[in-house]
Write a protein that binds this ligand. Structure first.
Ligand SMILES: *Cc1c(COP(=O)(O)O)cnc(C)c1O
Length: 420
C-alpha cells in the first residue's frame, strides 16, 4: 500500500481497520490535561481491558458467597481454572493445548525449566544466549551455571552482532555452533529481543541447535501475543513468557510456559515438583508417589492465584474474539506505517535499529538516538507520549494492534519532529 504522511490518511486507515473497535475495550491512560496519552508501552505493561474488573469481581463474589466450595461451585470453578486458559494461550503461541500452562512468573518458570533442560555433562556444559539479552535472563542462566559448579566467565557464550551492526546474524550462530556445538548444553534466546525488537527465526535456531545435540529454549516475554511464535512447529524444547506485556493481564501477573510434547511424558528429565503437577485423579490422595500430569501441566507446583488468572482470562477472551492472525496482520500494517512516517522525517538524529523485514520483527521499533541524547525522550514524554528509554540510547515504540491506532503513530511522529 502507498502510505501518505497526513493526518487525514491516518484517520482513513483507522476507519478501514476492522480491529479499531477493540481500542474501546481498553482503558487508555490520560495526560494531565485530560487528553488520552499516546501509549506505546504495551511491550512493558499492556493496558487494562475494561472488562477485567468484572472478571476479578466475579471471583471475589464467588469467594465471598461460597468460600472453599468455590473450587468446584464457582461460576468458573477454581480447581480447573488454569485449564480454561490453555486453549487460547496455545493458539496465540502456536502450540498444542497440553504443551502450555499458565503458572508462576517468568523468571521462576525459566529456572524451573532449566532444572529440566539444562543438564551439563562431560564437556557439554555451556549455555548460549544472544548479546543484549534481558538482564533477568542473563542472571538466571549465569546462576544456573554456577549452581551446577560452572563459571559463567567461560560457560556463558553470547551470539553477538558484527561490528557496526545492531542485530546478530543467523550465519554467525551457525558458525559458533559448528565450532563449539559439542560444548553447548543449552541455547536460550529471547524470541523477540527486548532491546532491538528483532524476532528470531525460532525454527532455524532450533534446527541448528538440535543438529549439534544442544537443547533449545526461548524466552518469549516480548513474543507472546505479539509475533507468530509457532512454538510446536519450531521444535524447541521449552519456552517461557509473561502475560503482563502484550497479553494485558496486569502488573506482575502470572507467566506461561511451553514444553514440547516430545517431553510430555519424559520421566528421565529432572524436575522440581509440587502437588499441582501431580495426577489430578489422585492429587488429594495425598500419599502417592509423584505421578506427573501429561504435558506442561506436570511442571506446575502450586494451586494458582485465581484473581490473577481472572485477569488473564479477560484478556485472552479479547484475543479470541479478535483472532491472533488478524491482529498480526494489522500489526504489520501499523508498524510499517510508523516506519514509513519515521523515514519521512528529516535529519539523522534517529536510526531505526529494528530489522526492516516484517518477518524479523514484532510490533516494536527501537529508535537509536544520536549521541544518546535522553532529553529528546524527556520532551516527547512531556508532550503525552508514553514510551520507554533503554540505556544506552534507545527509545522503544510498540504500537499494539489491539488498542493503538494509525492516528497514534501519526501524532507521535509529529511530536517527535517538533521536539527535535
Ligand atoms: C519482561 C522480561 C522479563 C521479566 O521477568 P519477570 O520474571 O516477569 O519479572 C524477563 N525476561 C525478558 C526477556 C523480559 O522481556
Amino acid at each position: 500500500m502507498q502510505f501518505k504522511n497526513t493526518r487525514e490518511f491516518a484517520l482513513e486507515l483507522d476507519k478501514s481497520d476492522d480491529l479499531s473497535r477493540f481500542r474501546e475495550s481498553f482503558h487508555i491512560p490520560k495526560q494531565k490535561n485530560g487528553e488520552e496519552s499516546i501509549y506505546f508501552c504495551g511491550n512493558s505493561l499492556g493496558l487494562q481491558p475494561k472488562q477485567t474488573k468484572e472478571y476479578i469481581n466475579q471471583e471475589l463474589d464467588d469467594w465471598a458467597t461460597l468460600g472453599v466450595e468455590g473450587h468446584f461451585e464457582a461460576m468458573n470453578p477454581w480447581m480447573p481454572y488454569h485449564e480454561n486458559l490453555a486453549e487460547t494461550t496455545a493458539e496465540i503461541v502456536g502450540a498444542k493445548t497440553h504443551e502450555v500452562v499458565v503458572m508462576n512468573t517468568l523468571t521462576t518458570n525459566l529456572h524451573l525449566l532449566m532444572v529440566s533442560f539444562y543438564q551439563p555433562k562431560g564437556q557439554r556444559r555451556k549455555i548460549l544466549i544472544e548479546a543484549d539479552a534481558f538482564p533477568s535472563d542473563r542472571f538466571a542462566v549465569a546462576s544456573q551455571i554456577q549452581f551446577h559448579g560452572g563459571d559463567p566467565e567461560t560457560d556463558l557464550i553470547t551470539w553477538k552482532p558484527r561490528e557496526d551492526e545492531h542485530t546478530p546474524r543467523i550465519s554467525d550462530l551457525e558458525e559458533i555452533l559448528n565450532k563449539h556445538g559439542d560444548e553447548i548444553a543449552l541455547i536460550m534466546i529471547g524470541a523477540v529481543n527486548y532491546y532491538t525488537g528483532q524476532f528470531f527465526n525460532l525454527k532455524k535456531i532450533t534446527e541448528l541447535g538440535h543438529k549439534q545435540g544442544c537443547l533449545v529454549g526461548f524466552d518469549c516475554a516480548h513474543g507472546a501475543g505479539n509475533a507468530p511464535l509457532n512454538l510446536h512447529d519450531s521444535g524447541s524444547d521449552f519456552a517461557v513468557w509473561c502475560t503482563y506485556k502484550y497479553l494485558n493481564s496486569g502488573p506482575g501477573s502470572l507467566g506461561g510456559c511451553f514444553v514440547h510434547e516430545r517431553h510430555a511424558q519424559n520421566l528421565d528429565l529432572p524436575r522440581f515438583t509440587g502437588w499441582w503437577g501431580h495426577n489430578k485423579e489422585t492429587r488429594f490422595g495425598m500419599r502417592d508417589d509423584f505421578d506427573p500430569i501429561y504435558g506442561a501441566e506436570g511442571w506446575q507446583l502450586s494451586n494458582p492465584p485465581i484473581l490473577s488468572m481472572a485477569a488473564i482470562k479477560s484478556s485472552l477472551d479479547i484475543f479470541k474474539e479478535a483472532g491472533f492472525e488478524n491482529l498480526r496482520a494489522k500489526s504489520i500494517h501499523l508498524t510499517s506505517y510508523l516506519e514509513y512516517l519515521l523515514h519521512e522525517m528529516e535529519g539523522d538524529r534517529i536510526e531505526i535499529i529494528t530489522p526492516t523485514e516484517t518477518k524479523d520483527r514484532g510490533c516494536q521499533l527501537s529508535l537509536a538516538v544520536k549521541d544518546a541524547d535522553k532529553s529528546l525522550f524527556e520532551t516527547i514524554t512531556e508532550k503525552g507520549v508514553i514510551a520507554d528509554w533503554r540505556e544506552p540510547d534507545v527509545i522503544r515504540i510498540a504500537p499494539v494492534p489491539l488498542y493503538n491506532s494509525f492516528l497514534d503513530c501519526y501524532k507521535f511522529v509529529e511530536i517527535l519532529k517538533e521536539s527535535m
